[in-house]
Ligand binder design. Sequence first.
Ligand code: AMP
Length: 414
Amino acid sequence: MKFRSIKGTKDILPGEVETWQQVESTIRQIMRVYNYHEIRTPIFETTSLFSRSIGELTDIVSKEMYTFTDRSDESLTLRPEGTASVLRAYLQNNLGELAPNTKLYYIGPMFRQERPQAGRLRQFHQFGAEALGSSSPQLDTEMMLLARDILRSAGVESFDLKVNSVGCQNCRPAYKKLLVAELKRLQEKLTLESQSRIEKNPLRVLDSKNEGDARITAHLPLMKDHLCKECADHFGSVQSILRSLSIPYAIDGRLVRGLDYYTRTAFEITSSALGSQDALVGGGRYDLLTEELGGKATPGVGFAAGIERLIMALDKKGIARPAGPKLFLIGLDEPSRSLTFLRACELREKGISVELDYLGRSIKAQLREASRQQADYVIVVGERELQTKSVSLKEMKTGSEKKIHIDEIAAALR
Ligand code: AMP
């Protein structure tokens, strides 16, 4: 075989695609319930849109983006996530003027050149939501509820919600300074990766998956204990709403998402069914992002979730069979085959799903094919049927047969 799909990309084949369609339809349905509206943005954008928003020093921007120069010498990037594009579209189309509280969602492919493994792909699919225009902690909680509702309705039954606050431009710099000083004292004991993050992205050192790093940094101060009054109040409100709704959650003071734009709330939903790549949903508030992109200051909050991981975490798995045609029309000889094809075309035009054999196979092979495709009904047309204009409509499940006029197939199937 000469051509194979690129490492880290996947074909979604019939049999599997039905689950995807079901998940997508659940996403749309629940987004509707929460009154979020779909937005579809281009798959590639100017590279600087992502480096400005996600952050030059993050893993995504510094090592994972699919960036290329097009024939006009412009640097373009396949989107590694959805928020930057949605905000770009929000600003460019003045959506905030139409609706001071804009609620958007998206579903689509994202691209990151990560090391492929179970649950980690190079082209993967996310759905996500963004609420722009309000800094109310109610919306932070709404995002968590929305993500939870979609997971539940799609069939994921067990997961954990973790929340944290990463502060704001008023309280984070002082905390960062404190943390960097502490980390420098421990520098030699940390992994090389964490050492390289001390200056660039110190909060992420606390989020290191390495056990040694975690042990060494266990006693270090956490952002959540150094919040300014406004951030502390906001975090308190988010938690009090979660408690009022009896939503189980855990505070994880080490939770820092891999994107720089977050302020205040950061949250993650994980599933123990997933193994090492256990994050299903990641989200948080990004009150400074629109300004960073050159727009008017607009608070915002959102989340993104991976569809591949959601499907891996489904409790009730089972390969769905592609739905079969309503009717399989079998022609026995050349004239019958011509007629069955014309009839199939007419029936399809009326919205009835019809299949036939295009390979000139025997009646036995055609019947086998009808049954393999799980057709509901079969009609066999031969010389006699052409003459009498009478055919027998056979229901595959019961084997029962009914004589009908050849012009009355559509009516009989209704
Ligand atoms: P992020 O945009 O990094 O906050 O990721 C949000 C969610 O997208 C994660 O919780 C995963 O479910 C999913 N995700 C992120 N990266 C990948 C990947 N490389 N492959 C599959 N799913 C991913």
